[in-house]
Design a protein around this ligand. Structure first.
Ligand SMILES: Cc1ncc(COP(=O)(O)O)c(C=O)c1O
Length: 414
């Protein structure tokens, strides 16, 4: 297959926006960056917005009446509007800036879970949750006496929806499920899960860490109560993530962190809370990062989320099919044409860490380990796997580089 034939995106010009993709690693191998599910690269357009902020109007927000503070406040507040628009939320009230997906889940677990959960309640997760959800809900359940239930993942890597319907019963208080698995690539039926949750008066949290960057997401269509994602996985800066929450749910919840900016009025006797979303953003917030994230949303929309998804599907399908040609390769998860942009696999007789290390010598950056899903790896009965994950700037030639460099590992391990 010709490497860049029939690209739906102008990948070469897109790549020109990402200076890091031109670098070499090791002994001069061109970088083949296939670790996008961990962190994506950042285009010049986002880097420029970041540096314009520090060069031009760096100041604290919501505190000063001087011009710089006003400019920073407006840009920071408008960044919430931009992210609301990007995910189909009703407005800035529904978008809280956090540090990352992990903090967003913890915010819900602490602010809602600690107050609302108790004996007799169930939190329903799936077997393929990331530790950010798995560990958090496990701990909150331990502290509140709630039970944690796990929806089965079947042998093909799909969520067992009959099992989901059994587990999401009248005791269920929270359903917290990943929208696209960071290991199997499985895309879960989030709307169907939301309907099941709501039929049983439970809330639902969608983990969008691997979906918001890669496909159009509309939280209103999904009818989720909470939805969480990270900026560093969607061409944005590190240190910024989002918690989407339905306005009425966020209004009802207690704050997560206390301090400046999240208050309306403080007296010796009591304190009242600020409007949404500031009620959940205590202290000096992630100003530059938030403005940078809005620039990332602009960039992704300019490329086009439909085109991004289509390009990634082609890359993923091609990678899956090429890897599947080898008898010594085992791929985990659903078929090539029905998954997100990740392919996790093992090569017989080669430990995942050795494989990743040899690929690194060839410039190919992939991840090895349990990808923060130890329970899923226990279920798959493997200690570790390697994972190639794609973004819209990757090419078919890079998939070829990945597959061809496996031979180097086979040569070393006989
Ligand atoms: C599905 C999923 N959920 C949550 C996370 C946690 O994201 P972060 O480390 O940005 O908090 C990740 C990160 O890999 C992920 O893939």
């Amino acid at each position: 297959m010709e490497a860049t034939e029939q690209e739906p995106l102008d990948v070469e010009s897109i790549r020109a926006d990402f200076p890091i993709l031109d670098r070499e690693v090791g002994d001069g191998a061109p970088l083949v960056y296939l670790d996008n599910a961990a962190t994506t690269q950042t285009p010049e357009q986002v880097i420029d917005v970041f540096s314009e902020y520090y060069r031009g109007y760096n100041a604290n927000v919501h505190r000063g009446i001087h011009q710089l503070s006003q400019e920073a406040s407006i840009a920071y507040e408008e960044a919430h509007d931009r992210l609301a628009e990007f995910i189909g939320a009703d407005g800035r009230e529904e978008v809280v800036f956090t540090k990352n997906t992990t903090e967003s889940i913890n915010l819900v677990a602490y602010a809602w879970g600690l107050n609302e959960l108790g004996e007799g309640d169930a939190v329903v997760l799936s077997e393929m949750e990331h530790h950010s959800s798995f560990v958090t809900w496990q701990q909150i359940a331990e502290r509140t006496g709630a039970e944690v239930r796990y929806i089965r993942v079947d042998d093909d890597g799909y969520l067992d929806m009959d099992h989901a319907a059994e587990l999401i019963d009248e005791d269920a208080a929270m359903v917290s499920v990943v929208h696209a698995s960071n290991v199997l690539g499985t895309v879960t039926p989030m709307r169907e899960l939301a309907d099941l949750a709501h039929d049983n008066d439970a809330l639902i949290l969608g983990d969008g860490a691997q979906s918001v960057p890669n496909r159009p997401v509309d939280v209103t269509d999904l009818d989720v109560d909470f939805y969480v994602f990270s900026g560093h996985k969607m061409a944005g800066p590190t240190g910024i993530g989002c918690l989407y929450g339905k306005q009425e749910v966020l209004e009802d919840m207690e704050p997560f962190l206390y301090g400046g900016d999240m208050i309306r009025r403080v007296t010796f006797e009591e304190t009242t809370w600020n409007d949404l979303p500031w009620k959940y953003e205590a202290g000096t917030p992630l100003i530059a990062q938030g403005i940078g994230l809005a620039a990332a949303a602009d960039y992704l929309d300019d490329v086009g989320m439909d085109a991004i998804q289509a390009h990634e599907e082609r890359l993923t399908e091609y990678a899956y099919e090429r890897l599947d040609e080898f008898d010594d390769v085992e791929i985990y998860g659903p078929p090539a044409d029905d998954r997100g942009a990740v392919v996790a696999f093992n090569v017989d007789g080669i430990h995942a860490h050795d494989l990743a290390s040899i690929l690194n010598d060839h410039g190919v950056a992939i991840r090895a380990g349990d990808h923060c899903t130890q329970p899923l790896h226990q279920k798959l009965d493997i200690a570790a796997s390697v994972r190639a994950s794609f973004y819209f700037y990757n090419t078919m030639a890079e998939v070829d580089a990945l597959v061809d460099s496996l031979d180097a590992a086979r040569d070393i391990f006989g």
